[in-house]
Design a protein around this ligand. Structure first.
Ligand SMILES: Cc1cc2nc3c(=O)[nH]c(=O)nc-3n(C[C@H](O)[C@H](O)[C@H](O)COP(=O)(O)O)c2cc1C
Length: 305
């Protein structure tokens, strides 16, 4: 997830059992033109594996060049192509979810990559651009498979839905029934029960946890446990939550290479994920977000919340 799954976030998720993580999405053009900041997104660590990368782009030659550059910068287990980003500025450029309605270009990108790269290529799609049509989801997915991708990730919403509204489990199931490659479901996986629902209703081979891990990295352990023996784990206590939050912030402090103000803003965002829902969360947000140093933030978490 852009702006979310940096090294600190991934290390926290892995500590609680995340099986495979992604770098934050990389723009193919930014990568080949050495845009400042792009290489920072590739910060990693010996404990940060296995790891995959995702590229956003439209021009097959540029995406291939970016993929080759990426492989020289990081050891990735597979490369994913983003066909799900709904942001207007991305759609305007004909990338992200736009490719769902420009299947010709999407297939050119995928064929170029699958025929040139030594690592597996995957694709992340939505169920469609704007129409909720099972046939359309199947058609897009089948074409991707025919281009040689080794897995397909599908978010059960259309581009028009953005991140709200119901998940179309039926469309994911329909895609799963027509593909031979593994299909992974995404959408509204916020706890062990919704994770099981994704498996049960779609027959998918795996799931992607997204917003459900924000301020909640123990979700991976809880899902695992529930799928293995049906046991639901108790919510962490406030003390446990604070301890995990402080660990997360310490990793940001150690690994995030950015301007001080940006780093503090990022820490504030993370603290709010963890503290969401607590009594007085709005008041706490005001205090947290006006704090200027890491040490003071930790002090406030210890004493003031
Ligand atoms: C802040 C944010 C950033 C995201 N960035 C990406 C991204 O870079 N690539 C991608 O494939 N999906 C991205 N997604 C979509 C998620 O991977 C996921 O498919 C979607 O949020 C649905 O899952 P959820 O309802 O469980 O959050 C992002 C979602 C959010 C909320």
């Amino acid at each position: 997830m852009s702006g979310v799954t940096d090294l600190s976030f991934r290390l926290m998720c892995r500590e609680f059992g995340a099986g495979h993580c992604f770098f934050e999405m990389l723009d193919a053009n930014a990568l080949i033109y050495n845009h400042p900041g792009t290489q920072r997104l590739l910060a990693t660590h010996r404990k940060d594996g296995p790891i995959a990368a995702q590229l956003l782009g439209r021009d097959p030659a540029v995406v291939l060049e970016a993929a080759e550059r990426l492989q020289s910068l990081a050891e990735i287990s597979f490369l994913d192509i983003n066909c799900g980003c709904p942001a207007k500025k991305v759609i305007k450029k004909g990338a992200g979810a736009y490719l769902l309605k420009d299947i010709g270009t999407l297939c050119k990108i995928l064929k170029k990559l699958t025929s040139s790269l030594p690592i597996p290529v995957t694709v992340k799609i939505r169920t469609g651009f704007d129409s909720r049509s099972v046939a359309e989801s199947q058609n897009i997915a089948k074409k991707c498979e025919d281009c040689g991708v080794s897995k397909l990730f599908i978010h059960g919403r259309t581009r028009s839905q953005g991140y709200a509204g119901d998940i179309d489990y039926e469309a994911i199931r329909a895609v799963k029934t027509v593909l031979k490659i593994p299909v992974f479901g995404s959408g509204n996986i916020f706890d062990p029960i919704s994770a099981k629902r994704m498996f049960d209703e779609t027959g998918c081979d795996g799931i992607l946890v997204a917003r459900g891990a924000m301020g909640n990295p123990w979700i991976f352990r809880n899902i695992d446990r529930y799928l293995k023996d049906g046991a639901l784990s108790p919510c962490p206590t406030l003390f446990e939550k604070k301890t995990i939050l402080k660990k997360h912030l310490s990793l940001v402090q150690k690994y995030k290479k950015t301007r001080h103000a940006n780093k503090m803003g990022f820490m504030c965002k993370i603290a709010m994920w963890y503290l969401k829902g607590l009594p007085g969360a709005t008041r706490i947000r005001e205090r947290i977000c006006s704090i200027g140093t890491y040490a003071k933030l930790v002090g406030l978490i210890d004493d003031g919340t």
